[in-house]
Design a protein around this ligand. Structure first.
Ligand code: GAL
Length: 681
């Protein structure tokens, strides 16, 4: 059972940094928070230098004063352990705690997350500060829970300190037992990489490392973060069993599912939808823009169906020297808040109460500006606060509902980082599917394939898209076969099934373990890149002429007469060869597409399988509106989010109550720019 936050009502919080402000401001801040229905503050996650100003000298009085005052205003407190920012005295005295660049050069003090997870000294000092901190605050009546560190693996998710190399060797010894096994798993006979002593082993030391080493490196980093997090979680569990434990962020080289299952009460995420303005491409057709955050939120709820957003964007973001973002338009902060809520957030904490007047983040704006006078962002958050008070108990605990899932797994995601032959395909296909499903209002989940994933987990979904699982075992193929057999629709794309768990290529025809299920093999193939142009696709006239394949062209060969050719290439030397096949197997169907999915292809496929929005009978909305459902056993609510800077019209087919206004809605309803509706179904 996935672990979720348990809230009785939707709850608002805010990140607060009392150490950034004169003490005289605190009381007014807390009073105004309460007026806005903010009832939780998150603090202290970067405060090590205050809590332990000198080695072994602790002072917990500052935050105790803040907490006393917060408590008198009825505010609850989430405390962050301060280990993301080791103080200068610490890194100066114990430079071995620092992370290093690949060439061994130490990353010096001055930013944050400059430490490594392996140093025994760092672990010892972290355990000590956490133990002292938890002891100091555990009985304070305001505290409800703890955030471990801050955003594990943000900013840096590779580690090359001496301690990391040493720990990697221990990890490898445990995994492989003998160098012989390791040499085989990594194929080290290639280029004379054979290791004859454990001491010769290092984390990757070049930009083009042995790919099997690179995959193990990511597994190691993930295990290492989890063991580091465990030290802190264990201390909190021991000293403060009444409090919950979480951590925030969704960053690389970390199995968040595993970490949550093993250590946390629920997962938390930091949502900054305006990052989309940084990556915005002028030429993208139907861009997702800030709606793209829903992809991350989809992944987050695969970890915890109900979760906390520990940092919700509440102004323009920016560091002094980088990450420039535009200001959220009026209504967008509220829209993004409900985007988080739709996907399962029950505790939503804004980043941050007031913009810092000093430091690297003077442009990462909070709700209040430096001048601290009322502004439109304060009013918008107060509106959300009022709405949460009204609807919060109905929505809390309900969860997002979907009948389609993206199947993903960590080994493939990690292998894809290095491997330019399948890596780029994944993002291309995910986005195409996500966009088309979004625009058709078909909710989608993420499902991470793990060692205990069962047929029951898969069978919840009518459709599963597993676009480019280069790494595929026979056991997974067996599970997927059972899924199709019992009635599932399964979609694969190019480069499926040609690698084993070490990332070595199988000596069997593609798509390896699922060739039998799909009833095809891949006869020939080419990357589509540069001068090698994409072939056109002919879907028996059903796709508009000129639809091009993307990323890869695999020339398929039908092996089983039950596999039917649905589309063929219509240009290139493989003109007329099969590009897309479908095989009916048991009650279900399996599709194999020899390319990466583009939007027109997904569009045609969705028509082909007749998948429609579960809301089709109730509400019609333009593609610009995200629609999704949160439901419990006895109630269901449709969320409508208008991402456009102009009003849109939706059609409510049966009279229903809109929760935010309490109004009865029917027929044509206008949603304002960045408007939100929650319709009781
Ligand atoms: C997050 C981080 C916060 C703050 C924010 C804005 O990644 O957790 O501490 O830095 O970004 O930069």
């Amino acid at each position: 059972m996935a672990k979720s936050i348990r809230m009785d009502e939707l709850t608002l919080g805010v990140c607060y940094y009392p150490e950034h402000w004169p003490e005289g401001l605190w009381e007014d801040d807390f009073r105004r928070m309460r007026e806005m229905n903010i009832s939780v503050i998150r603090m202290a996650e970067f405060s090590w230098a205050m809590l332990e100003p000198q080695e072994g000298v602790f002072d917990f009085s500052f935050f105790a004063r803040v907490m006393d005052l917060a408590h008198s205003y009825g505010l609850k407190v989430i405390l962050g352990t301060p280990t993301a920012t080791p103080p200068a005295w610490l890194t100066h005295k114990y430079p071995e705690v620092l992370n290093a660049r690949q060439n061994g050069e130490l990353i010096k003090h001055g930013m944050r997350r400059h430490y490594n997870y392996s140093s025994p000294k760092y672990r010892e000092l972290c355990e000590r500060i956490v133990r002292n901190m938890v002891s100091a605050y555990k009985d304070h009546p305001s505290v409800i829970g703890w955030q471990l560190d801050n955003e594990f693996n943000c900013e840096k998710n590779v580690f090359y300190a001496e301690a990391d190399h040493a720990k990697f060797r221990v990890w490898l010894k445990e995994k492989y037992g003998t160098l012989d096994n390791l040499n085989k798993a990594w194929g080290t006979v290639f280029w004379s990489q054979t290791y004859t002593e454990w001491e010769q082993l290092h984390l990757s030391q070049t930009d083009s490392p042995n790919p099997h080493l690179a995959l193990d490196e990511k597994r190691f980093i993930s295990d290492n973060v989890i063991s580091f997090a465990r030290l802190q979680a264990d201390i909190i569990r021991e000293l403060a069993p009444q409090h919950w434990v979480t951590t925030n962020g969704l960053f690389g080289h970390l199995e968040n599912h595993e970490m949550t299952d093993e250590l946390l009460d629920f997962f938390s995420y930091d949502s900054y939808p305006q990052f989309s303005t940084i990556f915005y491409k002028e030429d993208e057709i139907n861009p997702l823009q800030d709606r793209q955050s829903s992809i991350n939120l989809t992944n987050v709820r695969s970890i915890s169906p109900n979760f906390c957003v520990m940092e919700q964007q509440s102004g323009p973001g920016g560091w002094v020297d980088r990450i420039e973002m535009g200001t959220p338009r009026p209504g967008q902060i509220r829209l993004w808040s409900y985007q988080s809520v739709l996907h399962g957030t029950d505790l939503l904490v804004y980043f941050r109460w007031r913009t810092a007047t000093f430091g690297t983040e003077i442009y990462w704006h909070g709700i209040n500006d430096y001048h601290n006078q009322p502004n439109r962002r304060v009013r918008e958050v107060a509106q959300v606060g009022g709405e949460f008070a009204k609807i919060g108990s109905l929505i809390a605990g309900t969860t997002y509902r979907a009948e389609v899932a993206f199947l993903q797994d960590y080994p493939n995601n990690w292998d894809a980082e290095l491997d330019v032959w399948h890596g780029p395909l994944q993002w291309q296909s995910m986005r195409s599917w996500f966009k088309q499903l979004q625009y058709r209002h078909i909710p989608v989940d993420s499902l991470f394939l793990r060692s205990h994933t069962s047929l029951e987990d898969l069978a919840k979904y009518k459709v599963i898209v597993y676009p480019h699982p280069a790494i595929m075992t026979d056991e997974t193929a067996e599970l997927l076969t059972r899924y199709v057999e019992q009635g599932g629709q399964l979609f694969f794309g190019a480069r499926t099934g040609y690698k084993d768990l070490n990332g070595q290529c199988y000596m069997r025809p593609f798509p390896g373990p699922v060739a039998g299920l799909c009833g095809i093999t891949v006869e020939d193939f080419t990357l589509v890149k540069g001068k090698i142009k994409a072939a056109e696709l002919n879907w028996e006239g059903r796709l508009s002429e000129g639809t091009k394949t993307v990323g890869f062209n695999e020339i398929l060969s039908v092996q089983n007469p039950e596999a039917e050719v649905v589309a063929r290439y219509s240009s290139e030397y493989y003109k007329d060869a099969p590009a897309l096949t479908r095989r009916t197997y048991g009650e279900g169907q399996v599709w194999y597409y020899g390319a990466a999915y583009s939007e027109p292809v997904v569009d045609a496929l969705l028509d082909e399988i007749g998948l429609i929005s579960p809301l089709a009978g109730r509400i019609e909305a333009p593609a610009e509106v995200e629609m999704g459902i949160r439901a419990s056993e006895d109630a269901a609510y449709a969320f409508l989010l208008n991402y456009m800077e102009h009003p849109v019209t939706v059609i409510v087919k049966q009279s229903a109550t809109e929760l935010l206004t309490g109004a009865t809605v029917e027929n044509e309803v206008e949603m304002p720019a960045y408007g939100v509706m929650i319709v009781k179904l």
